[in-house]
Design a protein around this ligand. Structure first.
Ligand SMILES: Nc1nc2c(c(=O)[nH]1)N[C@H]1C(S)=C(S)[C@@H](COP(=O)(O)O)O[C@H]1N2
Ligand SMILES: [Mo]
Length: 253
């Protein structure tokens, strides 16, 4: 069916709604006309499904561009401890009374994919690795940000100790709830990307991701997975919980 046979007004309205999310502003600048976009992307805009496919394709393109621009030496701002937000907000795709209850004694972190080293790590093994801490700002797309203090193991260190192939493209995370997300390798190796075991000097509480979360001040909140139980190193694009629902994958600076 040619484009003019479709309700182009409705499709445009829908596309604009999709683009209204703040992390898509870059993306929105490129919203010319649907006809122009269809020429650029080579997609035929015959129905809503193909419009969505086109939007995803453009978002993926932006991810690639941002990934080239991303400078791994660029550091996110850090703050004095006096600026820590108290109480620090809790956020998840469910309410606080549904926070997963992970058992410390039986917890293991599974490593899979392009990794030569040890495949499962116990919590005491993670705690025995060299620790560092940082005070940074978490920015959530829902319209809030807060400064917190996270401690743990520099993720690049961990990946090297685990003998992960750091030339792979992606690292993906599966969580004790039904959450998942994934990042590019330059972000995984960023000096401020932290395999986090503590919050504000205390064992990471359940609400903030016990026993382990990945903290990246260069990424939006939703890219910072809590309650991680499995890490996969891969060259196959992994997506994630929000990413699969159309949120921009790169989602960071
Ligand atoms: N496992 C898991 N991780 C998650 C989420 C979630 O629902 N489940 N929500 C994300 C979102 S949207 C935000 S803003 C931060 C909130 O982290 P906080 O509760 O430590 O403030 O966690 C992120 N990581
Ligand atoms: Mo968020």
């Amino acid at each position: 069916m040619p484009l003019d046979k479709l309700d182009t007004q409705l499709i445009l309205k829908d596309a604009k709604r999709e683009l209204a999310q703040p992390q898509r502003r870059l993306f929105a600048k490129q919203l010319l006309t649907l006809g122009g976009l269809s020429l650029l992307t080579g997609c035929t805009l015959t129905d809503q499904a193909s419009v969505n496919a086109m939007l995803r394709r453009i978002s993926r393109f932006n991810d690639r561009v941002q990934s080239w621009l991303f400078d791994p030496a660029q550091l996110a701002p850090t703050y004095p401890e006096s600026m820590i937000t108290r109480p620090f907000p809790f956020n998840a795709y469910y309410d606080i009374d549904q926070v997963p209850d992970v058992d410390a004694a039986s917890y293991t972190l599974h490593l899979s994919g392009l990794v030569k080293g040890q495949r499962a790590w116990r919590l005491d093994e993670l705690r025995a690795l060299p620790q560092t801490s940082q005070v940074t700002r978490l920015i959530c797309v829902e319209g809030w940000s807060a400064i917190g203090k996270w401690g743990g193991v520099t993720f690049a260190d961990f990946l090297r100790r685990a003998d992960a192939d750091t030339t792979a493209r992606y690292v993906s995370f599966r969580c004790a709830d039904d959450y998942s997300t994934s990042i590019d390798m330059p972000t995984a190796l960023h000096p401020q990307t932290l395999l986090t075991l503590t919050y504000d000097g205390q064992v990471l509480p359940p609400k903030y991701g016990f026993p382990m979360k990945l903290r990246m001040p260069t990424k939006l909140g939703f890219k910072n997975p809590k309650h991680i139980v499995a890490i996969d190193v891969t060259n196959t694009f992994p997506g994630g919980y929000w990413e699969d629902q159309g949120y921009n994958w790169f989602a960071g600076s």
